[in-house]
Design a protein. Structure first.
Length: 318
Protein backbone atom coordinates (compact mmCIF):
# COMPACT_ATOMS: atom_id res chain seq x y z
CA UNK A 1 0.00 0.00 0.00
CA UNK A 2 1.06 3.61 -0.46
CA UNK A 3 3.53 4.65 2.20
CA UNK A 4 1.27 7.35 3.63
CA UNK A 5 -0.97 4.64 4.97
CA UNK A 6 1.78 3.65 7.36
CA UNK A 7 2.96 7.06 8.45
CA UNK A 8 2.33 9.89 10.84
CA UNK A 9 3.20 13.54 10.54
CA UNK A 10 6.61 14.04 12.02
CA UNK A 11 6.47 16.74 14.68
CA UNK A 12 8.27 17.57 17.94
CA UNK A 13 7.13 15.04 20.50
CA UNK A 14 6.90 15.75 24.20
CA UNK A 15 7.17 12.59 26.30
CA UNK A 16 4.97 13.68 29.20
CA UNK A 17 2.95 11.54 31.54
CA UNK A 18 -0.05 11.36 29.18
CA UNK A 19 1.66 8.98 26.75
CA UNK A 20 2.28 6.55 29.62
CA UNK A 21 -1.31 6.63 30.86
CA UNK A 22 -3.64 3.65 30.28
CA UNK A 23 -5.44 3.71 26.94
CA UNK A 24 -8.84 3.35 28.63
CA UNK A 25 -10.20 4.71 31.89
CA UNK A 26 -12.16 2.65 34.39
CA UNK A 27 -15.34 4.47 33.36
CA UNK A 28 -14.74 3.67 29.68
CA UNK A 29 -14.19 0.00 30.46
CA UNK A 30 -17.41 -0.09 32.51
CA UNK A 31 -19.34 1.47 29.62
CA UNK A 32 -17.89 -1.03 27.14
CA UNK A 33 -18.75 -3.88 29.53
CA UNK A 34 -22.39 -2.75 29.56
CA UNK A 35 -22.42 -2.57 25.77
CA UNK A 36 -20.87 -6.03 25.62
CA UNK A 37 -23.66 -7.46 27.76
CA UNK A 38 -26.22 -5.83 25.48
CA UNK A 39 -24.48 -7.28 22.42
CA UNK A 40 -24.60 -10.75 23.99
CA UNK A 41 -28.37 -10.46 24.37
CA UNK A 42 -28.68 -9.88 20.63
CA UNK A 43 -26.69 -12.90 19.63
CA UNK A 44 -28.64 -16.03 18.76
CA UNK A 45 -26.76 -18.77 17.05
CA UNK A 46 -25.77 -22.45 17.01
CA UNK A 47 -22.26 -23.27 18.04
CA UNK A 48 -19.87 -25.88 16.71
CA UNK A 49 -17.11 -25.82 19.29
CA UNK A 50 -15.74 -28.96 20.92
CA UNK A 51 -15.82 -27.90 24.56
CA UNK A 52 -18.75 -29.17 26.58
CA UNK A 53 -20.81 -26.31 28.00
CA UNK A 54 -24.05 -24.38 27.90
CA UNK A 55 -24.50 -23.55 24.21
CA UNK A 56 -26.42 -25.72 21.68
CA UNK A 57 -24.04 -27.31 19.23
CA UNK A 58 -24.47 -27.42 15.47
CA UNK A 59 -24.65 -31.21 15.43
CA UNK A 60 -26.83 -33.76 17.16
CA UNK A 61 -25.63 -36.27 19.70
CA UNK A 62 -25.84 -36.84 23.42
CA UNK A 63 -27.13 -34.07 25.62
CA UNK A 64 -30.08 -32.90 27.68
CA UNK A 65 -32.17 -30.99 25.12
CA UNK A 66 -34.48 -33.16 23.02
CA UNK A 67 -34.25 -32.31 19.32
CA UNK A 68 -36.06 -34.88 17.15
CA UNK A 69 -37.03 -38.48 16.51
CA UNK A 70 -35.67 -40.69 13.76
CA UNK A 71 -36.16 -44.35 12.78
CA UNK A 72 -33.97 -46.84 14.59
CA UNK A 73 -30.82 -47.93 12.72
CA UNK A 74 -28.50 -50.83 13.42
CA UNK A 75 -26.00 -49.89 16.10
CA UNK A 76 -28.18 -47.27 17.83
CA UNK A 77 -28.17 -47.29 21.62
CA UNK A 78 -31.38 -49.01 22.73
CA UNK A 79 -31.45 -46.75 25.78
CA UNK A 80 -32.38 -43.89 23.45
CA UNK A 81 -35.41 -45.75 22.13
CA UNK A 82 -38.66 -43.78 22.29
CA UNK A 83 -41.05 -46.53 23.30
CA UNK A 84 -44.18 -44.43 23.11
CA UNK A 85 -43.58 -43.40 19.48
CA UNK A 86 -42.49 -46.94 18.65
CA UNK A 87 -45.72 -48.41 20.04
CA UNK A 88 -47.87 -45.77 18.39
CA UNK A 89 -46.27 -45.98 14.92
CA UNK A 90 -45.44 -49.65 14.82
CA UNK A 91 -41.83 -48.78 13.94
CA UNK A 92 -38.82 -48.38 16.18
CA UNK A 93 -37.74 -44.76 16.85
CA UNK A 94 -34.84 -43.29 18.79
CA UNK A 95 -34.61 -39.87 20.42
CA UNK A 96 -31.98 -37.36 19.29
CA UNK A 97 -30.63 -34.65 21.57
CA UNK A 98 -28.82 -31.41 20.87
CA UNK A 99 -25.28 -31.54 22.23
CA UNK A 100 -24.31 -28.76 24.61
CA UNK A 101 -21.03 -27.02 23.89
CA UNK A 102 -19.08 -24.12 25.31
CA UNK A 103 -17.35 -21.99 22.75
CA UNK A 104 -14.16 -20.01 23.21
CA UNK A 105 -13.34 -16.64 21.66
CA UNK A 106 -9.70 -15.71 21.11
CA UNK A 107 -9.02 -12.01 20.60
CA UNK A 108 -5.89 -10.64 18.95
CA UNK A 109 -5.07 -6.94 19.20
CA UNK A 110 -2.28 -5.41 17.15
CA UNK A 111 -0.33 -2.84 19.21
CA UNK A 112 2.39 -2.33 16.60
CA UNK A 113 3.95 1.01 15.59
CA UNK A 114 1.45 1.72 12.78
CA UNK A 115 -1.46 1.27 15.21
CA UNK A 116 -0.04 4.01 17.47
CA UNK A 117 -1.30 6.70 15.12
CA UNK A 118 -4.33 8.94 15.14
CA UNK A 119 -5.53 12.30 13.88
CA UNK A 120 -9.06 12.56 15.33
CA UNK A 121 -10.59 11.49 18.63
CA UNK A 122 -8.14 8.70 19.44
CA UNK A 123 -5.26 6.50 18.29
CA UNK A 124 -6.05 3.40 16.27
CA UNK A 125 -4.65 1.25 19.08
CA UNK A 126 -7.11 2.85 21.52
CA UNK A 127 -10.01 1.96 19.24
CA UNK A 128 -8.61 -1.55 18.93
CA UNK A 129 -8.55 -1.82 22.72
CA UNK A 130 -12.18 -0.65 22.86
CA UNK A 131 -13.18 -3.32 20.33
CA UNK A 132 -11.56 -6.21 22.19
CA UNK A 133 -12.97 -5.07 25.55
CA UNK A 134 -16.48 -4.92 24.08
CA UNK A 135 -16.13 -8.37 22.52
CA UNK A 136 -14.59 -9.88 25.65
CA UNK A 137 -17.48 -8.79 27.87
CA UNK A 138 -19.99 -9.91 25.23
CA UNK A 139 -18.35 -13.35 25.24
CA UNK A 140 -18.41 -13.84 29.01
CA UNK A 141 -21.99 -12.53 29.20
CA UNK A 142 -22.89 -15.29 26.75
CA UNK A 143 -21.10 -17.85 28.99
CA UNK A 144 -18.19 -18.27 26.59
CA UNK A 145 -14.53 -18.67 27.37
CA UNK A 146 -12.24 -15.83 26.30
CA UNK A 147 -8.49 -15.57 25.73
CA UNK A 148 -6.23 -13.08 23.96
CA UNK A 149 -2.95 -12.40 22.25
CA UNK A 150 -1.36 -8.95 22.29
CA UNK A 151 1.00 -8.20 19.40
CA UNK A 152 3.40 -5.75 20.98
CA UNK A 153 7.13 -5.11 21.30
CA UNK A 154 7.08 -8.31 23.32
CA UNK A 155 4.02 -10.36 22.40
CA UNK A 156 1.87 -11.55 25.30
CA UNK A 157 -0.83 -14.19 25.59
CA UNK A 158 -3.73 -14.54 28.01
CA UNK A 159 -5.02 -18.12 28.39
CA UNK A 160 -8.66 -18.93 27.77
CA UNK A 161 -10.74 -18.54 30.93
CA UNK A 162 -14.39 -18.27 31.86
CA UNK A 163 -16.17 -15.60 33.84
CA UNK A 164 -16.09 -11.84 34.33
CA UNK A 165 -12.59 -11.95 35.81
CA UNK A 166 -11.27 -13.13 32.42
CA UNK A 167 -12.82 -10.12 30.66
CA UNK A 168 -11.46 -7.75 33.31
CA UNK A 169 -7.95 -9.18 32.97
CA UNK A 170 -8.13 -8.84 29.20
CA UNK A 171 -9.38 -5.25 29.51
CA UNK A 172 -6.48 -4.33 31.78
CA UNK A 173 -3.98 -5.87 29.36
CA UNK A 174 -5.51 -4.18 26.31
CA UNK A 175 -5.55 -0.80 28.09
CA UNK A 176 -1.87 -0.85 29.00
CA UNK A 177 0.03 2.34 28.03
CA UNK A 178 1.12 2.38 24.39
CA UNK A 179 3.62 5.24 23.81
CA UNK A 180 5.13 5.85 20.34
CA UNK A 181 8.00 3.56 19.35
CA UNK A 182 10.63 3.79 16.65
CA UNK A 183 10.95 0.04 16.14
CA UNK A 184 9.27 -1.57 13.15
CA UNK A 185 7.39 -4.85 12.81
CA UNK A 186 8.42 -6.44 9.52
CA UNK A 187 6.36 -8.75 7.34
CA UNK A 188 8.25 -11.81 8.57
CA UNK A 189 7.24 -11.14 12.17
CA UNK A 190 3.56 -11.01 11.25
CA UNK A 191 3.90 -14.24 9.27
CA UNK A 192 5.38 -15.92 12.37
CA UNK A 193 2.57 -14.56 14.53
CA UNK A 194 -0.12 -15.90 12.22
CA UNK A 195 1.57 -19.29 12.00
CA UNK A 196 1.83 -19.43 15.79
CA UNK A 197 -1.90 -18.76 16.13
CA UNK A 198 -2.72 -21.51 13.65
CA UNK A 199 -0.49 -23.94 15.53
CA UNK A 200 -1.88 -23.28 18.99
CA UNK A 201 -5.58 -22.51 18.56
CA UNK A 202 -7.79 -25.63 18.70
CA UNK A 203 -10.01 -26.37 15.75
CA UNK A 204 -13.46 -24.82 16.00
CA UNK A 205 -12.27 -21.79 17.95
CA UNK A 206 -13.59 -18.34 17.22
CA UNK A 207 -10.91 -15.80 16.40
CA UNK A 208 -11.24 -12.01 16.15
CA UNK A 209 -8.15 -10.32 14.72
CA UNK A 210 -8.10 -6.54 15.38
CA UNK A 211 -5.52 -4.56 13.40
CA UNK A 212 -5.15 -1.92 10.70
CA UNK A 213 -3.74 -4.62 8.37
CA UNK A 214 -1.25 -2.20 6.78
CA UNK A 215 1.33 -4.96 7.20
CA UNK A 216 -0.62 -7.46 5.10
CA UNK A 217 1.40 -8.86 2.18
CA UNK A 218 1.01 -11.86 -0.18
CA UNK A 219 3.14 -14.00 2.14
CA UNK A 220 0.47 -13.68 4.84
CA UNK A 221 -2.43 -15.14 2.88
CA UNK A 222 -1.37 -18.76 3.37
CA UNK A 223 -1.32 -18.64 7.20
CA UNK A 224 -4.54 -16.59 7.14
CA UNK A 225 -6.16 -19.26 4.97
CA UNK A 226 -5.08 -21.90 7.46
CA UNK A 227 -6.60 -19.91 10.32
CA UNK A 228 -9.85 -19.42 8.42
CA UNK A 229 -9.99 -23.16 7.74
CA UNK A 230 -9.62 -24.24 11.35
CA UNK A 231 -11.32 -21.30 13.11
CA UNK A 232 -14.30 -19.03 12.70
CA UNK A 233 -12.26 -15.98 11.70
CA UNK A 234 -13.39 -12.37 11.85
CA UNK A 235 -10.97 -9.59 10.91
CA UNK A 236 -11.76 -6.18 12.40
CA UNK A 237 -9.87 -3.45 10.59
CA UNK A 238 -9.25 -0.12 12.33
CA UNK A 239 -8.67 2.93 10.11
CA UNK A 240 -7.98 6.59 10.83
CA UNK A 241 -9.91 9.24 8.87
CA UNK A 242 -6.64 10.58 7.42
CA UNK A 243 -5.96 7.14 5.95
CA UNK A 244 -9.30 7.09 4.19
CA UNK A 245 -8.88 10.67 2.92
CA UNK A 246 -5.65 12.62 3.40
CA UNK A 247 -6.40 16.11 4.76
CA UNK A 248 -5.22 19.22 2.92
CA UNK A 249 -2.06 20.28 4.77
CA UNK A 250 -0.07 21.54 1.80
CA UNK A 251 3.48 20.21 1.74
CA UNK A 252 4.02 18.03 4.78
CA UNK A 253 6.87 15.88 6.06
CA UNK A 254 5.88 12.28 6.84
CA UNK A 255 7.70 9.57 8.75
CA UNK A 256 7.19 6.03 7.40
CA UNK A 257 6.81 3.83 10.47
CA UNK A 258 7.73 0.67 8.52
CA UNK A 259 10.84 1.81 6.66
CA UNK A 260 11.90 4.71 8.88
CA UNK A 261 12.20 7.01 5.85
CA UNK A 262 11.15 10.67 5.79
CA UNK A 263 9.18 11.91 2.78
CA UNK A 264 7.74 15.25 1.70
CA UNK A 265 4.26 15.00 0.23
CA UNK A 266 1.97 17.55 -1.44
CA UNK A 267 -1.23 16.54 0.32
CA UNK A 268 -3.44 18.66 -1.94
CA UNK A 269 -2.39 16.81 -5.09
CA UNK A 270 -2.04 13.38 -3.49
CA UNK A 271 -5.38 13.24 -1.63
CA UNK A 272 -7.60 11.98 -4.47
CA UNK A 273 -5.32 9.23 -5.86
CA UNK A 274 -4.47 8.02 -2.37
CA UNK A 275 -8.17 7.86 -1.42
CA UNK A 276 -8.82 5.84 -4.56
CA UNK A 277 -5.93 3.50 -3.78
CA UNK A 278 -7.23 3.04 -0.22
CA UNK A 279 -10.77 2.20 -1.41
CA UNK A 280 -9.39 -0.29 -3.93
CA UNK A 281 -7.23 -2.00 -1.31
CA UNK A 282 -10.21 -2.21 1.07
CA UNK A 283 -12.36 -3.83 -1.60
CA UNK A 284 -9.62 -6.33 -2.45
CA UNK A 285 -9.01 -7.13 1.22
CA UNK A 286 -12.70 -7.71 1.92
CA UNK A 287 -13.15 -9.90 -1.18
CA UNK A 288 -10.05 -11.96 -0.41
CA UNK A 289 -11.04 -12.58 3.20
CA UNK A 290 -14.55 -13.55 2.17
CA UNK A 291 -13.10 -16.01 -0.34
CA UNK A 292 -11.28 -17.65 2.60
CA UNK A 293 -14.52 -17.90 4.55
CA UNK A 294 -13.58 -15.10 6.95
CA UNK A 295 -15.64 -12.07 7.89
CA UNK A 296 -14.33 -8.53 7.56
CA UNK A 297 -15.54 -5.44 9.43
CA UNK A 298 -13.97 -1.98 9.12
CA UNK A 299 -14.19 0.39 12.12
CA UNK A 300 -13.18 4.05 12.01
CA UNK A 301 -10.91 5.14 14.85
CA UNK A 302 -13.13 8.20 15.37
CA UNK A 303 -16.32 6.17 15.97
CA UNK A 304 -17.58 6.50 19.54
CA UNK A 305 -20.48 4.01 19.63
CA UNK A 306 -19.27 0.54 18.64
CA UNK A 307 -22.42 -1.36 19.58
CA UNK A 308 -24.45 -0.56 16.41
CA UNK A 309 -21.58 -1.77 14.21
CA UNK A 310 -21.35 -5.14 15.94
CA UNK A 311 -25.09 -5.49 16.51
CA UNK A 312 -25.56 -5.50 12.75
CA UNK A 313 -23.20 -8.45 12.65
CA UNK A 314 -24.72 -10.22 15.66
CA UNK A 315 -25.41 -13.35 13.65
CA UNK A 316 -21.65 -13.88 13.40
CA UNK A 317 -21.42 -13.63 17.21
CA UNK A 318 -18.58 -11.12 17.03
Amino acid sequence: MMSWLYCRLRAPFRRDASVHAPLLTTAEIAQLAAQGRELARRQHRLVGSRRVGDWPAARLGTGLDFEALRPYAAGDDIRRMDWRSTARGGRAYVRLYREERQIALHLVIDRGPAMRFGTRRRLKVVQGARVVVLLAFAAVAARQGVGATLWDEADAQLPTQDGAHAAHALAMAAARPCPPVDATDGAERYAVRLARLAAHLPGGSRLALVSDFTWLEPAHWKPLARLAEQCELCCVGVADPAERRLPDMGMALFHDLHSGRLSWLDTRRAAAPLAEAYAQREAELSARLQSLGARYLRIGSEEDDLLPQFARHAQSAY
